[in-house]
Design a protein around this ligand. Structure first.
Ligand SMILES: [Zn+2]
Length: 247
């Protein structure tokens, strides 16, 4: 029996049908004649993701929907995705890459997402809240990298490239701030995520209620203790937090 799968707001009759749709997207984006995959240069600040940019709003919405089913979506991707590229060759399944606001592109693991679960209301709202404070996070990164010798705030290791660094929340962690704000504003049922991304294809989902979004930005701006840390310290913190959540 084929298992129906819902990706974003679209229903597919089976997992295979989702795969076919991925192939169809791949076919719609002409690839460069001779894709030059040059070795990544250590000195460059950003790495070009492979393939070509996905530009159709419908395709972008599908890929967001697919990624939202990733088992670690809320912790790893929510609010951090800038766009997607597609690399397709022959009749194989195309590869999709996630363009992150900063740092290296990463591959969107299609099967992991197809086998994953649709996001809960809670995960979608948290994703929107995270996206809404993206400019605050970027501002902190810019501030720290504007200093003569930017360092990890936890271990003091010098940060040379943007890719070496992540912005995180010192106490309280993001989830705690978000939960406090949600509780203060009537609970999760009162939060509606905007169905369409505002301001072009790269915008991620934000709250439907703009006043609520403005209130959240103010709340976060006052309460969040943002800091720039190295990848190692960030990874350690993230795994400690997910352990604490499971406990
Ligand atoms: Zn560190």
């Amino acid at each position: 029996m084929p298992i129906p799968v819902t990706i974003g707001d679209r229903d597919f009759p089976s997992k295979k049908a989702v795969g076919e749709h991925c192939k169809e997207i791949g076919r719609r984006y002409p690839q460069p004649e001779a894709p030059e995959q040059e070795p990544l240069d250590d000195d460059c600040m950003t790495a070009e993701p492979p393939g070509v940019e996905v530009t159709e709003a419908e395709d972008i919405a599908f890929l967001h929907g697919l990624l939202e089913r990733h088992p670690n979506y809320a912790q790893v991707f929510a609010g951090r995705v800038q766009g997607f590229t597609v690399l397709s060759y022959g009749t194989n399944y195309p590869a999709f890459y996630i363009v992150h606001a900063t740092g290296w592109p990463s591959e969107l693991k299609r099967m992991q997402c197809i086998d994953g679960k649709p996001p809960t209301q809670h995960a979608r709202v948290k994703g929107a809240l995270r996206a809404a404070v993206g400019d605050q996070v970027t501002a902190e990164r810019t501030r720290v990298f504007g200093q003569p010798r930017p360092q990890c705030e936890v271990c003091s290791e010098e940060l040379i490239h943007h890719e070496d660094a992540e912005v995180d929340h010192a106490d309280p962690p993001f989830a705690e701030l978000a939960d406090a704000f949600i509780a203060e504003h009537g609970g999760i049922e009162q939060f509606e995520v905007a169905p369409r991304r505002r301001g072009g294809p790269h915008e991620v989902r934000l709250l439907a209620d703009e006043d609520l979004e403005v209130a959240w930005k103010g709340f976060h701006g006052e309460q969040a203790m943002l800091r720039v840390v190295c990848k190692g310290c960030h990874g350690k913190r993230t795994s400690e937090q997910s352990k604490a959540r499971r406990a």
